[in-house]
Design a binder for this molecule. Structure first.
Ligand SMILES: Nc1ncnc2c1ncn2[C@@H]1O[C@H](COP(=O)(O)OP(=O)(O)O)[C@@H](O)[C@H]1O
Ligand SMILES: [Mg+2]
Length: 242
């Protein structure tokens, strides 16, 4: 039995639920060389209570990825505010926003975004590079624990040679290494077969339930969505509870 992460390393968020999210008058426009100004997202208002695990669905192009990028602080919106608890991340300077994101957000991408020439473990430990010259041994142990928990038998195996299901599980471990209170996942099962997708779903749900993180998952995967507490549909500038 692998101990829970709180018993080991890093900041413990204990049983405190993850932070609440509040959005107001949010707009994201891109300037496209050919198409001109593209409105990728427009949302008047949305609030989500902390510690919940919810899904967001919606047609392709509705702005799901843009929304996740904006609430993670990866993208600064053209207009509007994003609050996580009392912190208005849209008011932070870029360097502060980056620091806030590293401490608070674990992000899982549809296409994993692993570095193929690095091992599974090296990929998991990558986020620590920003804050540590050398990887602290307890963090390395925690990385190994996560890989074991997620069924990755050879931590030194190159990411390029892992199966797609294994690659996504490594990506989940990487998102968790800093023990963030918020987990965001952009179509995490979309490029996996059913069995691998179900395994990743189970891992996300376990983490969400045990650690009370605030979890937001964009997905079309009904098997995944039906296991989350709520699903919202993003379309035409609205996030509607389904
Ligand atoms: N960098 C960009 N430049 C121009 N348009 C973009 C850019 N990123 C996204 N878009 C457009 O914004 C809209 C929303 O995109 P996206 O958030 O990727 O939607 P979804 O994830 O729901 O499929 C789409 O119409 C897309 O073409
Ligand atoms: Mg998308």
């Amino acid at each position: 039995m692998v101990p829970s992460p709180q018993s080991k390393t890093g900041p413990s968020h204990g049983s405190t639920p993850g932070p609440s999210l509040k959005l107001a008058e949010l707009k994201m426009q891109f300037q496209d060389a050919q198409a001109g100004s593209v409105t990728a997202l427009s949302l008047a208002k949305w609030e989500l209570l902390g510690g919940q695990a919810i899904g967001i669905r919606g047609p392709s192009g509705a702005g799901k990825s843009t929304l996740l990028n904006v609430i993670s602080g990866l993208l600064l919106p053209t207009q509007g505010s994003v609050w996580w608890d009392g912190c208005e991340i849209t008011q932070l300077k870029e360097a502060e926003r980056d620091r806030w994101r590293r401490r608070n957000i674990g992000f899982i991408f549809q296409d994993f975004h692993l570095i193929p020439e690095l091992s599974a473990l090296e990929n998991v430990l990558l986020p620590l590079r920003f804050d540590h010259w050398r990887c602290p041994p307890p963090k390395r142990r925690y990385g190994l624990e996560l890989l074991e928990r997620f069924g990755i038998p050879r931590p030194k195996q190159l990411a390029a040679t892992l199966s797609r299901g294994q690659q996504q599980r490594v990506a989940v471990a990487r998102a968790l290494i800093n023990q963030p209170p918020i987990l965001l996942a952009d179509e995490p099962t979309a490029s996996l077969d059913r069995e691998s997708g179900d395994r990743v779903t189970q891992i996300l749900l376990d983490v969400a339930q045990k650690e009370q993180k605030t979890v937001i998952v964009s997905s079309h995967d009904q098997q995944l969505l039906k296991k989350l507490s709520d699903t919202y549909r993003l379309a035409e500038g609205q996030l509607e509870l389904q």
